[in-house]
Design a protein around this ligand. Structure first.
Ligand SMILES: [Zn+2]
Ligand SMILES: [Zn+2]
Length: 377
């Protein structure tokens, strides 16, 4: 099985700088992220490939080894060198998206404490909710620290033993080709101790799954894709480690009447041919539910826009408000009665070029165009 070149996978040259490498990685990782491609196995494989390539090329030592020896540098020793486990790099990707890495300590401290994973919750709201803001109640299945054993995983009153494999470090060193790597201890899974008498409530995991109800404050003016972070509401940590964070990813349902563009709203309103020709006032809806009135001047054409100042969306964390644009669309009458037809035919007989300057102008230009063609032939 031949492996693809790491530089090729990331679409960069062999002389790529660290900055360019990172930017190319981010772009590709975003594109092939499993969250964006649910159920797409190809994307998942691609995502792993991209990550593996980046793990090597972003580390100057590994990159030098790779430049000299190619994949052979990492293929000895078996047992998956250079192929970190999926959940680890999922969290790396999460960090690289959101830049949270600096905010937390290492995922696993020397005392075996482990920070809980960050969780993602997708919440769909209506445009009206985004307009006014709201307090949403969500139910999140998440793991919480086991109460029976206080998260230790050991039966209350029982003792744990220092792990004989890693001597309590939680990590073991293994030789992988040209360098040695540190791996999570397989005996104790990194906790540094062995539980002989596991807690009955959590089967030794230290965490149990619960469904929790959380209240999320959605501020007015949120946009599609807005992310709300609830610190400490993610998965429980292990052995006294801090909990992860919960990220609420908001998406806004398409509205039946209004389209949004940033702070502005757009609404297409059909009006009759006669109203457009004679002019008048029309009633239009606004997102707050109130009706507004728009003066349509006589001779209004399709596509004409009217601005209602301050009737658009609220702007997040600001007092500004966008505008509402009403675009009129002239509706040609259909299913005419004999009498209506007669009236329109009479109107047509009475009308002249000055009633339809656009039409007259257009056919004038067509005539010139065709005449021009004849001249050059
Ligand atoms: Zn161990
Ligand atoms: Zn327990």
């Amino acid at each position: 099985m031949s492996k693809r070149d790491y530089y090729e996978i990331l679409g960069v040259s062999r002389t790529v700088t660290e900055v360019e490498l990172k930017s190319s990685f981010r772009k590709l990782a975003m594109q092939h992220h499993p969250d964006r491609n649910p159920g797409d196995v190809q994307a998942e494989i691609k995502f792993k490939e991209i990550n593996e390539a980046y793990q090597v090329l972003s580390d100057s030592q590994k990159r030098a080894l790779y430049d000299r020896h190619g994949h052979a540098a990492f293929e000895q020793g078996g047992g998956g060198g250079g192929n970190p486990d999926f959940s680890d790099f999922m969290s790396d990707i999460f960090d690289s998206f959101f830049g949270e890495k600096g905010a937390r300590g290492g995922p696993r401290a020397a005392n075996g404490r482990e920070r809980g994973a960050d969780l993602r919750y997708n919440l769909e709201i209506g445009l009206e909710d985004a307009f006014t803001g709201k307090n949403a109640s969500i139910r999140v299945p998440t793991s919480v620290s086991c109460e029976a054993c206080s998260g230790t995983g050991a039966n209350p009153g029982s003792k744990t033993r220092l792990c004989p494999t890693c001597g309590g470090h939680g990590r073991v060193r293994a030789n992988q080709g040209f360098f040695s790597v540190e791996r999570t201890c397989p005996t104790c899974n990194g906790r540094g101790e062995v539980i002989d008498d596991p807690c009955k409530n959590c089967q030794g995991a230290g965490r149990v799954t619960r469904e929790r109800t959380l209240s999320v404050n959605i501020p007015a003016g949120v946009e599609d894709g807005t992310r709300i972070r609830l610190a400490g509401e993610g998965e429980a940590g292990l052995r006294g480690g801090p909990a992860g964070d919960l990220y609420i990813f908001l998406s806004i349902k398409p509205h039946a009447i209004f389209q949004r563009d940033g702070a502005d709203l757009f609404c297409r309103v059909p009006i009759g041919l006669v109203s457009a020709a004679l002019g008048g006032e029309i009633e239009v809806p606004t997102l707050s539910g109130e009706q507004a009135r728009v003066k349509v001047p006589e001779g209004t054409q399709t596509g004409k826009q009217f601005r209602l100042k301050g009737k658009g969306m609220s702007v997040l964390r600001s007092r500004e408000v966008g505008d509402l644009y009403i675009q009129v669309v002239i509706e040609t009458p259909q299913k005419l009665t004999a009498r209506q037809r007669e009236l329109l035919e009479e109107f047509e007989r009475e009308s002249s070029h000055s009633n339809h300057p656009e039409t007259a102008g257009f056919f004038g230009r067509v005539k010139d165009f065709l005449g021009g063609l004849g001249g050059t032939a």
